[in-house]
Design a protein around this ligand. Sequence first.
Ligand code: ZN
Ligand code: ZN
Length: 150
Amino acid sequence: MSNDVMRSGSCLCGGVQFRVAGEPLRVGLCHCKDCRKTSGSAYQAFAIWPREAFECEGITSTYGGRSFCPTCGSRLPSVREDEAEVMIGSLDVVPTEGLEPSYELWIGRREQWLHPLPEARQFEHDRTVAESAADDGEPEAGREPYRKSA
Ligand SMILES: [Zn+2]
Ligand SMILES: [Zn+2]
């Protein structure tokens, strides 16, 4: 992967540093309850890389599959068996390049003053296998495990 573009990220205090190699599998926005609560913001913007493209140094804590820095509380990438979900706001170079969301989740919870991204697919809830089949042809394991909300 030496020719791949590398992106670095970190928490606010710098205790945790991570890197992702190459382009993400997909980029999205989520307005679900869990994303709102854990970020404290109105929605979360994230990009998902294959697990093997991700490396991290530092001590992290995890709650409900979502990781954060135990010192400063910053959200950090959620690492699953096959994928790593990176909050776009934790990346070091701003504004990011080439990380435009192609879908939005839980749009019923979107703030009234936000508008749908014109190019982004809109999902009422989580992205499902059937709904995402036409998306990009990537093999899909199923619902995204950390996008559950009511
Ligand atoms: Zn920190
Ligand atoms: Zn969410």
